[in-house]
Design a protein around this ligand. Sequence first.
Ligand code: FRU
Length: 766
Amino acid sequence: MQKIYVTILLIGLLINFNACKPRQTKVFHIGFSQCTNRDVWRETMNREMQVAASLYPDVKLTILNADGITKKQEIQIRQLLNAGVDLLIISPNESDLITPIAEEAFNAHIPTIIIDRKINSDNYTAYIGANNYNIGKKVADYLGNLFKDRREILEIRGLDASSPGHDRHRGFMDGLRQYPNLIVAKSIEGEWEQDRAGELAKPILKEQSFDIVFGHNDVMTLAAQQVTPANKVDDMFFVGVDALPTLGMEKVNEGILQASFLYPTGGDKAIELALNILSDQPYDKNNELASSVIDAGNVKMIKLQQQQVHHHQETINRQISRIVVQAQDFNDQRTLLHVTLISLFLLVVVAIWLVYYFVRITRKNKELAEKNDAIEKQRKQLEEKNEQILKMNEKVEEATQAKFTFFTNISHEIRTPLTLIQAPVKTMMEQVSQLNLPSSLNNSLHLIQRNTDRLLRMVNQLMDFRKVELGKAGLSISKVNVVAECEGIFQSFSPLAQQKNINFKFEKDESRQDVWVDVDKIDKVLFNLLSNAFKFTPNDGAIVIRIQSNQQTNVSIEVSDSGPGIPKDKQTDVFEPFFQQNEHRSMGTGMGLSLAKSFMDLHGGKLELSKSDAQGSIFKMVIPKGKDHFKPEQFIPIKPESKRLDYAAGSFSEKQEALIRDESHKEHAILVVEDDADLREYLINLLNDFFYVKSAENGKLALDLIEMEHPDIIVTDLMMPVMDGIEMTKRLKSELDTCHIPLIMLTAKSSPEQKIEGIETGADAY
Ligand code: FRU
């Protein structure tokens, strides 16, 4: 469809463009070589040519005037030929000399018109002019008819070398043969020039008497008339040739000339002839112009006729001018019409185009609207589905959180009983070894201890994971000799290594390497890496801890094992939460490595799997050196030594033994404040050997008791109903009576922050 419109448009444009174009007619260049321009006759001829040529818009006329100099005319003719004229008109000054160049033009197939004067050859296209021989003869006849008695004639010839001069003389002389009474007494060559004729005739007319003066043209005859002595002039008969209305005819009318023979200029006719030749119209080679005598008998009438002709000519000229103007108007209107037609055509095409596009766009819009509706429907459905998914997600998230909260709460609840199992088992194991009881009992107790330790670790891990997840895992930074710390952990794994016959090594490049870390967390990371290593390394394998200091920047701890390695496709997931290296769920919680990595991240450090293949795996911890990357609140505040009871110095059992040996210590009274009945019971039993033990279920009851009898030392739980340990401690430490009583805060909440919180209330130990 579109292609059709484009084609129509192009055709339309082409038609209109062609219609609009000016008619591509050939412009004819006509060159006219004029022999001279010194007289009115030549001016008249030139003007006639110009007027005639101006009527044809496709004709260009160039006139070159040779000033009566033959050589100059020859050069000018060549100039016109070089300019590429389509047709040449020559009025030759001298016949002989101009013939060769005129023939050259003719032979070069340039149509050549000879006017007025002839060349000495027939090699031209056409001739136009009056018959000069006949004119000469007519003059003789005219005079012969007029004068029957003897008359003497002065003949003033034109230029002998020009054909009219030559022909008129010949015709005149031939004509006079019939009239023997008419005698040419003198013949001079006036060369067509007024001055020259006057100059030559003057002395002759003075000395000699003539009845008749025949000049070959009017200007020469008039010149002779003017130089004729006054006593002779009135008796003489002056006859000339040309009879131009403005000159010869006028002079005949005035009686200065007695007669003149019409010699038509023929300029306009020459142009018409030229156009006929150029446009391949039929034409005559010889175009003779008529001549007749003008004398006193007809001059008036001819003048009248001339005036009428002149009048008609003027009317015609006016009409021609009007036609020219109208033709111009017509052209303008035609152009306007074409422009209008083109515009109209374009408008129609554009309109069709617009309608077509409008229809197309409307159709497309409809399609789009339908598609939009469908998309909108789909979008709504998707939105609804998304909302459902979001809701389900929320529910899943809620359920997950609830699960985590549940697990965390359970862990909390499990931790206290586990601590209660762990502590008496330890005591029992010590007692079993002292009392030499059967080793099977000892083994059972070891089994219990190992499993409670394991359970406690898992519970702690779960709680740590939760803290990390909630962004509540803080750091308690202190300066730690990491080599010693690693060595301690290495020692604790050594029995297991022995048991599995694992080549377990600890490699270090320095014995002391101080770093600023949360020692508890770094321990957990290393512990986790080692647990994994031992879990996956078969009996008789090898495990190495390698600690290295890397210049100023960091300390790295590598744990390498000779286990089966982690499959390639799972290596990127090892640090994801709940990652299980194999399908056995019993292998752990799956949180260990994820938690370890979080702990290293908290330190600004790294935990990475440096290598894992069939030869084993290498995990690498990177701890940055220095402490500037920690915030001030992440450091553990250092309390004055005097205020702390460092029970860690020396093992608990050593102290216990000392106390058993020294009964005198039983003089001191201890108050146990604990809401958990089992733990309270356990503590009472434990302390009963060394102290007078009192107990209370919560802080409030304890305060009541203390008011009655002051204990020497107080052991209290932190979290209790009615009044917690913190509140109770605050009150005791603010009373003058009780502030001196040493107080040990006892709780499962073991984070440094909680310890600090407890100590800040005034507790002496935590
Ligand atoms: C004009 C003229 C005429 C004469 C003609 C002959 O230059 O002298 O007077 O008739 O030339 O060629």
